[in-house]
Ligand binder design. Structure first.
Ligand SMILES: [Mg+2]
Length: 227
């Protein structure tokens, strides 16, 4: 059995910055921050890590109460931001997901820093949510490696055979070095695709097991996958 875990932003979809717009609106409306600092990186990180860093940068107390205020406010504002920003499903994604589903020997899941609720909002908006019966999300983790471990545990549970972990091939597909690093941290293979935050050269330096230009290269990806 094989498992394919997909990152969302820059890998499956581009939202045209909807996430950052909703983050900024949430910090403005609920914490009085006129403009969020550009010094906190969004790329390839968990929503929890980004939100807590922004709180620290803007002198907002980091505690569970403020985290809940943020996450509810962000989820409320994201649908309008998705409408407002021009985004798209990235090339080759729908066809690759259909092909993987038709094979019947691949579990398809998510490995994302998004909250589960906002992952559903984003992928639902672009008609992709139903492809993903499980995943690891950024609700409770600041470290992407921990999210990867949760996603892999979930896959092994779904696969359901004792000892499945050893016989299980897990592939993580993502657009940043963080995706590559977290894949390797759990013994998974990493496919990097430069359709989001980082260039092919930058991604190559993180030593992915396979680097493709876009997910339209599904023949190459599947041939490698079966090897
Ligand atoms: Mg990404």
């Amino acid at each position: 059995m094989k498992t394919c875990l997909f990152d969302i932003d820059g890998t499956l979809i581009q939202t045209g910055g909807a996430g950052q717009v909703a983050f900024a609106q949430t910090f403005a409306d609920l914490f009085g921050v006129d403009e969020i600092t550009k010094e906190v990186s969004f790329s390839g990180r968990s929503d929890r890590a980004i939100a807590l860093d922004l709180m620290r940068s803007h002198g907002i107390e980091v505690n569970e109460s403020n985290w809940h205020v943020f996450r509810n406010g962000y989820a409320e504002r994201l649908p309008a931001a998705l409408e407002e920003c021009v985004g798209r499903v990235l090339p080759g994604v729908e066809s690759l997901l259909d092909t993987l589903r038709q094979r019947g020997d691949v579990l398809i899941g998510l490995l994302t820093g998004n909250l589960e609720q906002t992952a559903e909002l984003k992928l639902g908006y672009y008609g992709l949510w139903d492809h993903f019966p499980f995943g690891g999300f950024g609700d409770n983790c600041t470290e992407r490696n921990d999210i990867a471990a949760i996603a892999v545990e979930h896959a092994v549970r779904l696969h359901g055979e004792p000892g499945a972990k050893d016989a299980h091939t897990v592939v993580v597909i993502g657009d940043t070095m963080h995706d590559v690093t977290c894949a390797h941290s759990v013994g998974a293979k990493a496919v990097a695709v430069p359709t989001g935050g980082q260039s092919a050269d930058e991604l190559a330096r993180s030593n992915p097991d396979l680097l493709v230009d876009t997910l339209e290269q599904s023949d190459e990806l599947l041939a490698w996958f079966d090897n």
